[in-house]
Write a new protein. Sequence first.
Length: 315
Amino acid sequence: MADATQDRMLGAILGFAIGDAFGMPVFGLSAQTINDVYGRVTSYLPRKFADGAEVLAGEITDDTEIALCIVESITAAQGEIDSENIAIRMAWLARGDSSRWLHPTTQMAIGGLSEEHGYSMPLIDDELVGADVLARALPIGLLHSMGKYDRQRLIEDAEHVTRITHGSPVSLSVVATAAQIVALTVRGGTAIEDVIQSVLGELPDGDVKRALKGEPDGCSEPARVLTEAIALATSAESFGQILSDAVAMGGAADSRAALAAALFAGHEGSQVIPQKLIDELESRIYVSLAVPWFYRTVAKRNGRAIDLRVQRDQF
């Protein structure tokens, strides 16, 4: 099984951020409202809130910010997952402008509930789950995109990160499933459609499996959005088409566009992303700095790199 390249990893993270920023202005609006007000969206747009606050075109939402919190924490911890550190980084987001995007379940957890439970939320059946939970899948999938593929370890890592804010079986299942798809897609060499069939064959019966099999009725929002993102990534002829089609569907436009763009650019490489979209992305510099360090961290964690620096405490 091939390893992810730094370019495909860049494509995945950059694609995720661009898709998120593309969907930001219309997040929560219906498909009909988007069509009536904006028509077909083909570029970044600003968003103005009822209180007068305005978010500039090209800005990301909490989806990308949470994914980058996890990327940054894993990099700092040299490939380890530190739940407390990730939760603290998320809590910092909740104290600023990013709080306007946070889902109530995430907001409640990082507002203190996660700390009360030792940064591992208890299992619960009736949790309110939004598509934003899918953001956790990107860094975990990339963490397992090199070296020997260990599905069980990936699932454990996905649960570890997801339970910082969520405790429902649906949340755990959808993040683990999306992370597997990311991990196998970014390794390259296998069509996304074949990746889905491989992952589907290992899934237990339930909400996520029904959605992936084309039976979305009655499924949770994140399971439906995951399925929609996959369909966009496998059927669109261009990166731009993915963005416009994802946004036109309304609802969780940011999460859908982010994941679809991440899968497409993660599979094909960053060259499929139009330069104009990169230039106008407000977080482009942060992403460009974060990816090389994260790539080295993932490579080292998976036995694909060694550290030649002198460990002075050994002498």
